[in-house]
Design a protein around this ligand. Structure first.
Ligand code: AMP
Length: 208
């Protein structure tokens, strides 16, 4: 059995056509079902539906052989026991800093609200800005509006969420897409099954 970890939402929606081209069609729809393990049209493949931030953990420990995870999550988590053989190019967005539209240029020691604590720490250290990072789990956009932080670090796609809250994107930290990750031991033990899936994904991606 090959177990693939995927998160609900945008990554799942974007991954579905890729999986289907590889002959993997989930039998249940995670939007309608509360099942966390989805059987698929292939007897030898199952999906586990978990939080995006948990995908590297499941794959690292071998609880899933493979997973689909955003580069944002992989950068933040670190990837010790994982291979990252394929950029799937899906769920594309940007990791950016953002401030209120009328904010003055940031200077001195700044406060930054984000769920990407390590990535933000690395970024501000690299550009030589002293930053106090405040960990939040959601609604980052609120932080500058209520004086919790000068700036946020978050994913930006259309920019509509920032705009709706009077914020604007400033500096690009990195472009983000979802990656296929594979447990290192599974890559050896289940080489044939995993390699043929990788090949299939590559063929599908090359046609896009
Ligand atoms: P947008 O309003 O289109 O700029 O989208 C921004 C919101 O969607 C933020 O709350 C982001 O955290 C989230 N978001 C955007 N793109 C992605 C993605 N590829 N994966 C996960 N969350 C995303």
């Amino acid at each position: 059995m090959l177990t693939i970890a995927v998160s609900k939402g945008r990554i799942y929606e974007d991954a579905l056509p890729l999986l289907e081209e590889a002959g993997i069609t989930p039998i249940d729809d995670p939007k309608k079902s509360r099942k966390l393990i989805l059987r698929t049209s292939r007897d030898d493949v199952q999906l586990v539906i978990i939080r995006a931030t948990d995908v590297p953990t499941f794959v690292e420990y071998g609880a899933a052989d493979m997973g689909i995870a955003g580069k944002d999550v992989l950068l933040e988590h670190g990837a010790e026991n994982l291979y990252e053989p394929l950029d799937l190019g899906i769920a594309a967005c940007r990791l950016m800093t953002a401030t209120p539209v009328d904010a003055a240029e940031l200077s001195g020691r700044i406060r930054v609200a984000t769920k990407y604590v390590k990535t933000a720490q690395r970024y501000f250290a690299d550009i030589g800005v002293q930053a106090e990072i405040i960990k939040l789990y959601g609604s980052m956009e609120l932080a500058p509006l209520v004086g919790l932080a000068d700036c946020i670090v978050d994913l930006v796609d259309t920019g509509n969420t920032l705009k709706a809250n009077g914020l604007e994107a400033r500096e690009l930290i990195t472009h983000i897409t979802s990656r296929l990750v594979v447990n290192k031991a599974a890559m050896k033990m289940k080489h044939q099954a995993i390699q043929s899936l990788l090949d299939q994904f590559e063929i599908t991606l090359a046609k896009r």
